[in-house]
Design a protein around this ligand. Structure first.
Ligand SMILES: N[C@H](CCC[C@H](N)C(=O)O)C(=O)O
Length: 295
C-alpha cells in the first residue's frame, strides 16, 4: 500500500490557483511522480501544485517544501502555494506547531523564502532575487540580453507573439508583452508549444502580459506541467521584473490574473515581494484505492 494512503491533506487555493498541502514532516516518505498525478486526477484533491512539507534541512528554517505540478514534475518555486503553506503551518490545527509566531522561513530547492502574515488570510512572501542570466534561467543558447529573447509565434514578418522577456524566479518564465487583452490570444494552443520549445531546456512557464499603466499589469499564464491556471505567483513576479527592466512599469505594480490581484514589489535590495490571499476549501484523506494504478 502507498505510504500516502489515509494521509490527511488540505485543499486550498491562492487566487484560484489550486493547491493541495500535504504534511510529511516526521517521516522520510517522498511523493513519487505517479502518486502526484493520481492525487491531481481525483476531483477531491485536484491541484495545479501540491506543496509537500518535509522536515527542515537548514537550521533556522521551519520546513523544507517540495512542489509538484499536475503532471508529477517538480517545480522549484510556487508563490501562491507558498502563501497557502504559511496559512496551514500557522492556522491548521494539525499542521501548526507552536510557538511559530506570525512569520515563517521556508526552504525550497532553489533557496529560502521568508513569509510575513499581513492579515488572517493574506501573506507577503519574499520570493528572493530574480535570476536574469541566460544560463541561470536556463536558456539553451547564450543571450547577452534576456530582456527580449529571440522567439516568435506566427508568420515571420507578422508574428502573433514575439520577443519575450526571460526571468527565473526559482523556476523559468517567459513573458510576452501584448497589445490586446491576454484573453484574446489562444494561450491554450500556443502555451504547450512554447512551454516545450527547445530554447527552454527545463521547459518554461509562459505568460501573456498587457501593461495597463506603470503600476498595473494584466496577466494570463500557461504553467509548465499544469497548463492554464487562474493565477501564478511566480509568473506575476517575473512579469513585473520583465516589465520594469524594459521601463514599461515602475518596480511596483498590481498584477491582475483571472483569479484576482497580486501586489508585487521589486525592492532596491533586488528582492521581489509578493502579497496576496489564501483560502481553505476543505480537508480530506487520500483513499488507498487512489494509488492502486500508480503502484
Ligand atoms: N502556480 C505557481 C507556479 C508554479 C510553477 C510551475 N508550474 C513550474 O515552474 O513548473 C505560482 O503561484 O508561482
Amino acid at each position: 500500500m502507498s505510504p500516502l494512503a489515509h494521509r490527511r491533506f488540505l485543499k486550498m487555493n491562492g487566487l484560484g490557483n489550486e493547491i493541495v498541502v500535504l504534511d510529511l514532516r516526521g517521516s522520510d516518505v517522498r511523493v513519487q511522480p505517479a502518486e502526484a498525478r493520481a492525487i491531481a486526477a481525483d476531483p477531491a484533491s485536484r491541484f495545479d501544485q501540491m506543496m509537500v512539507l518535509h522536515d527542515p534541512v537548514t537550521p533556522g528554517t521551519d520546513a523544507f517544501v517540495r512542489i509538484y505540478n499536475t503532471d508529477g514534475s517538480e517545480a522549484g518555486a510556487c508563490g501562491n502555494g507558498t502563501r497557502c503553506v504559511a496559512w496551514a503551518m500557522l492556522d491548521d490545527p494539525a499542521m501548526a506547531r507552536p510557538p511559530l509566531g506570525e512569520n515563517l522561513l521556508l526552504e525550497t530547492r532553489p533557496g529560502l523564502l521568508a513569509v510575513v502574515r499581513v492579515s488572517p488570510v493574506d501573506f507577503t512572501v519574499d520570493m528572493g532575487r530574480p535570476r536574469l542570466r541566460w544560463d541561470e534561467i536556463p536558456l539553451a543558447e547564450p543571450f547577452p540580453d534576456t530582456r527580449r529573447i529571440e522567439l516568435q509565434v506566427g508568420p515571420i514578418d507578422d508574428p502573433v507573439l514575439h520577443s519575450p522577456g526571460a526571468v527565473s524566479m526559482g523556476n523559468p518564465h517567459a513573458v510576452f508583452f501584448v497589445e490586446r487583452d491576454p484573453d484574446s490570444y489562444d494561450l491554450a494552443r500556443v502555451g504547450p508549444l512554447l512551454e516545450c520549445h527547445p530554447i527552454f531546456p527545463d521547459r518554461a512557464n509562459i505568460s501573456l502580459a498587457r501593461v495597463l499603466d506603470r503600476g498595473h499589469i494584466r496577466l494570463k499564464v500557461w504553467e509548465r506541467g499544469a497548463g492554464l491556471t487562474r493565477a501564478c505567483g511566480t509568473a506575476a513576479c517575473a512579469a513585473l521584473v520583465a516589465a520594469a527592466r524594459l521601463r514599461l512599469t515602475d518596480r511596483e505594480a498590481t498584477v491582475t490574473l483571472p483569479g484576482g490581484d497580486l501586489r508585487i514589489v521589486w525592492g532596491e535590495d533586488d528582492h521581489v515581494r509578493m502579497t496576496g490571499p489564501t483560502e481553505l476549501e476543505h480537508e480530506g484523506t487520500f483513499a488507498p484505492s487512489l494509488f492502486e494504478a500508480a503502484a
